[in-house]
Structure formats: C-alpha cells, structure tokens
Write a protein that binds this ligand. Sequence first.
Ligand code: NAD
Length: 264
Amino acid sequence: EAKERTFDRSLKGRVAIVTGAGSRAEGIGNGRAAAILLARDGARVLLIDAVQEWAQRTQEMIAEEGGEAMVCAADVSRNEDCQAAVAQAVQQWGRVDILVNNVGIGGPKGTAVDLDLEEWDQALRVNVTSMMLMARHSIPHMLQQGRGSIINVASVAGLIGGHPSLLYPTSKGAVVNMTRAMAAHHGAQGIRVNCVAPGMVHTPMVYARGMSEEVREVRRKRSFLQIEGSGWDVGHAIRYLASDESGWVTGTIFPVDAGATAGR
Ligand code: NAD
C-alpha cells in the first residue's frame, strides 16, 4: 500500500546559504530571486556576494517582506572565504539546511586555441571549484542534522553543445556531473543534491553583456513556450528543490528553459 509522504512546505526554522545572492541595482538575478523566495517561505538566508552592496540590497528586499537575512562579502573561489561564510551562518543560526551554489561567470571567450590560460584556470575555480568548496564546508553540518539540500546552478550550456566559447559550457557540464556524483556520495546520509539548468533568462549578467534585442528574439523563438524567462522562474525551481516537497528527488538535472533543450 502506497503511503503518502507528508511534508511541511514551509522552510521555517531552516537556514539557507545562497552564493551570488546580489544583483546589480534592482535587477533580479537567479541568486537574488532564490534568496527572496526561500526567505518568503520562512528560511533565514545567508547572502554571499563578492559585491557587498548588491547583497545588502537583497537583504533590504527580504527585510521589506518581513524576512530574515544576513550579508556575507566573500569570494567563493577562495577556500578561506567559503569556510568563513559557512562558519558565519552556523555561528549566527546554528545550522545549515540548504546550500544554493549559484555563483557563475561567463569566463574567457574563445576556443582552445585562443583562450587565455590564466583566465581559464580562475574561471574554473569560480564556476566549479567554488561549488565543491561550499559543499565541503556545509556537508559536515548537514550530516549532524541528518538532512540537507544542495542545489547547484548549471546552465543549458552544460547540457548541449553549440556555445561560442569553451570555458562556460565546459564548467557547466562539470557542475552537472558533480551534482550526480555528490548525490550518490551523500544520499544515504539524507543529503539531496540537485541541479537547475537555466536557459537564457533576463538577469543582470545577461544585460551587462549587452545582449541585443535581435539575439533575445532568436533565443526566445528557439524555445517551445517562446517567452523570455526571468530569475524568478529559476528561483521557484530552486525553492522546490530546497524544500521537503522534493524529498524523493536527488541527483536530478532540472532544465528551466521553456523547453529549449527538449527538442526542436
Ligand atoms: P548575476 O551576474 O546577475 O549574479 C551573480 C552574482 O554573483 C553577482 O552579484 C556577482 O557579484 C556574484 N559573484 C560573481 N563571482 C563571485 C565570486 N567569485 N564570489 C562571490 N560572488 C560572486 O548572474 P545570473 O545571471 O543571475 O547568474 C547566476 C547563475 O545562473 C550563474 O551560475 C549563471 O551561470 C547561471 N545561469 C544564468 C543564465 C542567464 O541567462 N542569466 C543562464 C543559465 C545559467
């Protein structure tokens, strides 16, 4: 007889860490949207960003809704910063239930022949190593609690080819399979590890690159739904994977892309 798995959708009492939780000015990046939605469901959220003011703006937005969040200025490509960030959450709130590894950069443009090697190494640290480091410092606390949820932000560029540069799709492909490997390592200990793979959504990262109307139109048309997504769409998927609603979901790669990777 199938027994219904009951759960509380609320995140009350949970502590979440979101990396890249800032966004330029009022823009809604994936990290900012996820942080706001987690806080709206009751989680206390540590907002990590390399640019302190951007994380502060997210904190204000959460406070305006009556939520609780704390800012942490850190560069997640550095081990010491990741360790200190997790320590800050634990010191203040005593636990870590949810880790959203959202930081990611475009990295150097170019092919294997012409990309800059130093930029390649540094971008891999930002896009891939940072997620391992944040997990490394968070998992021991999740083990003590016997539960935890880690959500890594990859990209459709990590699922299909055709990207003009090499670094970005390489790093996002690594995030995809790091997710599966980590999910296997820690599943029996109650830790779920999942990944969202956004299609092009209209975040500050995209408009900072000066994406033209024409390119946006082409991307939009390429998807089944033919509408442009936003950080909120990605944030809602992250919120689902963070909560007990997805309690039987781990090791999964969740495209949030209006169907862009589902076929032609
Ligand atoms: P964004 O640029 O709007 O926000 C990212 C934040 O990360 C910024 O506030 C930035 O200061 C911070 N950051 C960058 N490097 C950091 C570091 N080393 N340490 C700490 N903070 C750092 O970006 P976004 O568009 O919201 O993207 C977030 C994630 O979503 C990235 O992993 C990106 O690859 C992924 N993604 C975005 C899109 C898209 O279309 N925007 C599509 C697919 C995947």
